[in-house]
Ligand binder design. Structure first.
Ligand SMILES: [Zn+2]
Length: 543
């Protein structure tokens, strides 16, 4: 017969009945009443305390603990009695440490513990068995390695098969804001889970190895740019709406690889999505576009990346204009900043968005608004996010300029080499920001994830244009080629991981020590304050 060890905590001013009563009940329990005198209790009851020194309970009764917390044997049940000292004990870190070394959920008030003991004895069930799934537990520390996502667009159902890294503690959490969770399973069967405040906590066991968790759910169609936009046939998850499409971690620093399968596509439509995203990506990156797409082969870079474009037949000439330089641009990025990591095939997908939306850096198949399909800058910009924003992720939303400023500069640089000068257009955007008190803001605010990006003034052209201009001025100081080499170095060091804008500024200062002061002045003035660069006087259209 398995014996369950019950630890009863005793402490100064503990209520006597609260620990003597349970002690008596556990010790006189028998599984077979007829054999009371020849068998022992299925419980071994021990008294535990801060130390083994005698403890004075309520009313002055002195008891001698069997064990101190530090050398307490493994317990199946921990019982904390009531009394005036209980609150102090809850704050007592040793008591909490003893509780946390217990099998999950085995610390109850006296009454609950008694109920459990009675239930366990009468059913002879295996109380405290290690094969039971652990209880649901909030844990954002356990990294996610890979999500295999299967979506059915007709039934609006999804299955996410997620590889969760080994961690210090059991449990794992996801944001599931708009999802209706149906089932959560591990390799050996159902896992315990709870959904609370838009969060899914799962009792993922701590096995010393990665654990695969399968989550079945239903998702809803979104009208706004907040998930699966059924009407437009597009997913849009940036910045933190991934939780309306799949269980995710929306923080920009979180990266993992993905595989995707899309079912339930209407007859005559094509779903454009990557079957695999082979390098770590933030959660806003996986995407699908559904429509009557024509697929155009644009060519192949020296490194072997095939570029394509997808668009409705009517947009053929716009797509041809916009993507005319895309192979050369991508080739420049690969040759200058490092290999492209999101697959052998990449390209632009026309997105049926409202006007003026630009694009979205879903890699390897990024989205370009239908009305921007003829703008080489938007294609070049979204492609560059393969290196910054996705390749090197933002550590915090406040590092938006690390993503947008850097790629705005890269796009201007790559297109400039093709004879397309987009700086006049950038100057106009800068003018609109800098000549308007309402629009001008700080490009690199302090803090980390203290802001909700799509509701903050930072969600503007400021990080794009002040950022691009910052890099252009650094290039004027050190040379565009040496700046490219420094950006390539930084990319190499941080690719697959998240970084802060401050790190990039510091690395540029280290790479160009004689210009370190000047770089610091540019960063302090244009990125950390509202100051604006001097803008050439241009005749700019209103916008
Ligand atoms: Zn961008």
């Amino acid at each position: 017969m398995a014996t369950h060890r019950v630890g009863i905590v005793v402490f100064e001013n503990a209520e006597v009945l609260d620990f003597c009563g349970p002690f008596e009940v556990f010790s006189v329990t028998r599984l077979d009443e007829d054999q009371r005198r020849t068998t022992a209790s299925p419980f071994e009851v021990v008294l535990v305390a801060e130390s083994t020194r005698p403890v004075r309970a309520n009313g002055g009764m002195t008891v001698v603990p069997d064990y101190a917390f530090a050398d307490c044997p493994r317990l199946d049940i921990l019982l904390v009695p009531g009394g005036w000292g209980t609150r102090a004990q809850i704050a007592n870190t040793h008591t909490r440490a003893a509780s946390s070394s217990m099998p999950e959920g085995r610390a109850w008030p006296a009454a609950a513990a008694l109920l459990l003991a009675v239930a366990g004895c009468s059913s002879d069930s295996d109380v405290g068995s290690d094969s039971e799934p652990p209880p649901a537990r909030e844990n954002w520390q356990r990294a996610l390695l890979h999500t295999d996502l299967e979506l059915d667009l007709a039934t609006m159902t999804g299955r996410a098969v997620i590889s969760v890294a080994d961690g210090e503690a059991p449990g794992a959490s996801w944001a599931v804001g708009g999802l209706d969770i149906h089932a959560v399973r591990g390799a050996d069967g159902p896992l315990t889970y709870r959904v609370r405040d838009g969060r899914l906590d799962v009792g993922v066991p701590d096995t010393g190895a990665p654990v695969v968790v399968t989550i079945d759910y239903r998702f809803a169609a979104q009208e706004a740019f907040e998930g699966w936009m059924a009407g437009a046939g597009l997913s849009f998850l940036w910045p933190a709406f991934c939780s309306n499409l799949f269980p995710c971690r929306p923080a920009p620093a979180e990266g993992q690889t993905y595989t995707l399968a899309i079912n339930g596509v209407a007859e005559g439509d094509t779903a454009v999505y990557p079957a695999t995203i082979p390098a770590p990506a933030p959660a806003y990156m996986p995407a699908v576009a559904v429509g009557p797409f024509t697929e155009l082969d644009l060519g192949t870079t020296q490194a072997g990346t095939r570029l394509k474009a997808w668009y409705p037949a009517a947009a053929a000439s716009a797509a041809a204009t916009g993507t005319a330089h895309l192979v050369a641009v991508m080739d420049f990025y690969e040759q200058t900043y490092g290999p492209y990591r999101y697959g052998d095939v990449a390209g632009s997908v026309s997105a049926a968005w409202e006007a003026g939306f630009g694009g979205m850096e879903h890699h390897p198949f990024w989205h370009v608004a239908a009305d921007a399909m003829d703008e080489p800058e938007v294609h070049a910009h979204e492609a560059a996010h393969g290196w910054f924003g996705n390749g090197v992720r933002m550590a915090c939303w406040e590092d938006f300029v690390l993503s947008e400023g850097t790629v705005s500069y890269m796009a201007a640089r790559a297109l400039g080499r093709q004879g397309v000068d987009i700086w006049p257009e950038y100057d106009c955007r800068l003018q609109r920001i800098c000549h308007d008190e309402q629009r001008n803001t700080v490009a690199r605010p302090d803090g980390c994830n203290a802001i909700t990006l799509d509701e903050h003034p930072l969600w503007s052209q400021v990080p794009y244009m002040k950022g691009a201009r910052f890099f252009r001025e650094v290039a004027a100081l050190v040379g565009a080629g040496p700046l490219d080499a420094a950006l390539a170095d930084f990319h190499q060091r941080h690719v697959g991981d998240a970084a802060r804008m401050e790190e990039l500024i510091a690395e540029l200062q280290a790479a160009f020590p004689s210009e370190a002061m000047a770089i610091a002045e540019l960063a302090d003035g244009w990125l950390r304050q509202r100051a604006c660069p001097a803008i050439p006087d241009r005749d700019c259209p209103a916008g």
